[in-house]
Design a protein around this ligand. Structure first.
Ligand SMILES: CC(=O)N[C@H]1[C@@H](OP(=O)(O)OP(=O)(O)OC[C@H]2O[C@@H](n3ccc(=O)[nH]c3=O)[C@H](O)[C@@H]2O)O[C@H](CO)[C@@H](O)[C@@H]1O
Ligand SMILES: C=C(OP(=O)(O)O)C(=O)O
Length: 422
């Protein structure tokens, strides 16, 4: 998207206060939507975030023949007639998560074809392990001019050992195995909470899955699945982003329903920066007034390690803490796109390979900056909140992939963020 609609203006320097409700999780909702294809009837996701990626997945389901509708934040998907099996590149190129539809299409139809997945450009992001697990389950997959074509008259349970932990490939394996003949054992699985949420949802449909949340997942194939219904969990990355908003403005806010238990590694780093927090009856009181300590080394990692999705939001905060901090990005090869833009705002960041050294400054200043991907874009908004003067951020549509109403949320807390609609 180009033009004014893709631009927001943030006037920095306002203290935040008040409380905020956390939207449903993007990375939990998307695989659940793919899983809904496995029931030939109506399934529902309650509290589903109304964000660009969810709308894109909804369009894909419609393209496959599903009928979908919303009741407030509840998304209904009638997949009775979703018997088409091909998704063109114009849809899959917009979103990384589209790739896990391959397992769902194979499980439902015995065949599926898909344009190559898009999503945030934060590294190479190959899909070798996605194809590996489906091939292990019996699929024959060919790749032609950016198009994947997979066929399997039936899928057969198998022992599959992943060479590294991948959230998407683990989900792909689960989707492919739930309706396969016999037992599947997935080894070296990712343990991210979104995998457990997918499994909870699929168990509500009658799937037999055990071990999610550990590195070994066992799936006993069943003949069919019934209607799914679940409350989409609150988004841990959005929660972390708003905690960073309190930290960068040295403010105190309340998150109404954050998944505190899923935020341990992040909260540990926030605490090292001088941030304080207190959980109380499902709410989290976050006090960023004493955020002032640099962090010697923050390493991202697979869950329960520090989430790579919160790396750039924390970089924005560290840019405002005097002294030297260091980040080591261990998951993606190219996830420092926000650093150049933060420098335009006066940040002092040196990126070398997978390390970023940040020499915090007392105050950042407003500038014209460009978001190039989702979380990097959110990081620029955070930096702008704490900066002196006005920041014009181009590329807001990247942020809208994952944040339902970040501008309204921040304004409700006292920020001054403006979007000029064409
Ligand atoms: C929609 C969604 O849930 N996205 C999340 C998901 O992305 P996604 O599922 O794409 O991330 P993965 O866990 O698969 O990626 C982890 C690492 O494995 C590599 N890899 C992955 C698959 C593969 O076939 N081969 C391979 O080498 C990737 O390039 C990366 O270096 O987990 C990431 C890591 O927590 C998060 O940053 C993303 O927000
Ligand atoms: C990288 C992300 O999303 P995706 O995997 O969909 O590109 C993200 O949510 O930060």
């Amino acid at each position: 998207m180009n033009g004014l609609n893709d631009r927001i203006y943030i006037e920095g320097g306002h203290q935040l206060k008040g409380s905020i409700r956390i939207q449903g999780s993007k990375n939990a909702a998307l695989p659940m939507m793919a899983a809904s294809l496995l029931h030939r009837g109506v399934s529902v996701l309650k509290g589903c975030p109304r964000i660009a990626d969810v709308f894109c997945m909804e369009e894909i389901l419609q393209k496959l023949g599903a009928v979908t509708w919303w009741e407030d934040h509840d998304l209904y998907m009638d997949c009775e007639n979703a018997g088409k099996w091909s998704v063109p590149f114009e849809f899959t190129g917009r979103m990384r998560s589209s790739v896990i539809l391959l397992g769902a299409l194979l499980a439902r139809n015995g065949k599926g074809s898909l344009g190559y997945p898009g999503g945030c450009v934060i590294g190479k992001r190959p899909i070798d392990m996605h194809l590996f697990v489906l091939r292990k389950l019996g699929a024959v997959i060919t790749e032609k001019q950016g198009f994947l074509v997979a066929e399997a008259p039936y899928l057969q349970g198998a022992l599959v050992s992943f060479s590294k932990r991948s959230v998407g490939a683990t989900q792909q394996g689960i989707l492919g195995a739930v309706l396969a003949d016999g037992e599947t054992v997935l080894e070296n699985c990712a343990c991210e909470p979104e995998i457990q949420w997918l499994c909870r949802y699929m168990r509500s449909m009658g799937a037999k899955i055990q071990g999610d949340g550990t590195s070994e997942i066992r799936i006993q194939g069943v003949k069919s699945l019934s209607a799914g219904c679940i409350q989409v969990p609150p988004d841990r990355i959005v929660s972390g982003t708003y905690i960073c908003a309190a930290a960068v403005t040295r403010s105190q806010i309340v998150l109404e329903n954050p998944p505190e238990g899923e935020l341990k590694a992040f909260l540990e780093v926030y605490r090292k920066m001088g941030g304080q927090y207190k959980g109380n009856s499902g709410k989290l009181l976050v006090n960023g007034k004493n955020v002032q300590s640099p962090v010697k080394l923050l390493e991202t990692g697979v869950y329960p390690g520090f989430p790579t999705d919160l790396q750039s939001p924390v970089m924005a905060v560290l840019s405002t803490i005097e002294g030297e901090s260091c980040i080591r990005e261990m998951v993606f090869e190219d996830r420092y796109k926000a650093a150049d833009q933060l420098q335009k705002m006066g940040a002092r960041i040196r990126v070398q390979g997978n390390e970023a050294v940040i020499c915090g400054v007392k105050t950042l200043h407003g500038a014209a900056v460009q978001a190039q991907e989702l979380r990097g874009g959110a990081a620029l908004i955070l930096a702008a909140l704490g900066a002196k003067g006005v920041t014009a951020l181009e590329g807001y549509s990247f942020v809208q992939r994952g944040y339902e109403h970040i501008c309204q949320d921040l304004n409700a807390l006292g920020a001054a963020v403006k979007r000029i609609q064409e």
